[in-house]
Design a protein around this ligand. Structure first.
Ligand SMILES: C[S@@+](CC[C@H](N)C(=O)[O-])C[C@H]1O[C@@H](n2cnc3c(N)ncnc32)[C@H](O)[C@@H]1O
Length: 212
């Protein structure tokens, strides 16, 4: 008779989500943390909702929606992002990808990994205080915006290699400019296969990224 190994050899994907869950569970100090952690799910489509979000309205003339993110720390501001929520790319998106030799994953949706990165940064705010920070391959840039709004960083640059994505980043920086205090916040088109990145280590104290 063959042994049943299904219980003893978890799939790599299960291990990955387990590691993420453990990392999140080590941070019990946030407001409503038990409630937040109970919402953790392996379903990537729903995400973790660690930075709770609410769809506000859909622009009838484009595919954009306005989404409100509530930072789960008392006294923190809300963030308002323009982004897509329909989870697909169209022909125009693929044309931009081909022209700039980059993928279109940043435009398709806000990925669960960005939610986790934003939550991690919020949970480790002291790491960013008075620092020059850059986010790479940021997509809509939720984590960079959370850092800018909550950690008293000196400077936050939110970057991506897809110029279409960078337009959204700049729009989202502009929409939230009132909540950054003394932190300088900028967008940047930064394609890590095409640029000389050697200066990054001199220009920034902290580099954050998720899910390239
Ligand atoms: C899967 S998305 C992840 C976005 C976000 N960090 C997250 O975790 O949800 C990958 C991001 O990396 C960007 N990207 C892909 N290739 C890149 C490159 N060579 N240089 C810079 N950015 C790149 C994409 O435009 C996209 O926004």
């Amino acid at each position: 008779m063959e042994a049943d190994n299904t219980q003893t050899t978890p799939k790599p994907s299960s291990l990955r989500w387990k590691i993420l869950r453990q990392a999140l569970l080590r941070r019990p100090t946030l407001q409503n943390s038990d409630e937040i952690l109970n919402r953790i799910s392996r379903r990537t489509t729903d995400g973790f909702n660690l930075i709770p979000c609410q769809l506000l309205d859909k622009d009838s003339t484009s595919r954009d929606s306005r989404v409100c993110y509530t930072i789960p720390v008392a006294g923190s501001p809300k963030l308002f992002l323009t982004q897509r929520v329909d989870n697909h790319a169209d022909l125009g998106d693929f044309e931009i990808c081909n022209r700039y030799n980059v993928d279109n994953t940043g435009i398709v949706c806000q990925w669960p990994s960005e939610d986790v990165l934003a939550f991690f940064c919020l949970s480790n705010a002291e790491m960013f205080r008075s620092k020059r920070v850059i986010e790479l391959g940021s997509g809509y840039g939720l984590a960079g915006l959370v850092i800018a709004a909550t950690t008293e960083a000196l400077e936050v640059v939110i970057s991506d290699g897809n110029p279409q994505v960078v337009d959204y980043i700049q729009l989202n920086i502009d929409s939230n400019s009132g909540v950054f205090g003394g932190t300088r916040v900028k967008s940047m088109t930064l394609h890590w296969n095409q640029e000389d990145l050697s200066d990054l280590f001199n220009s920034f104290d902290v580099i954050v990224a998720s899910d390239w």
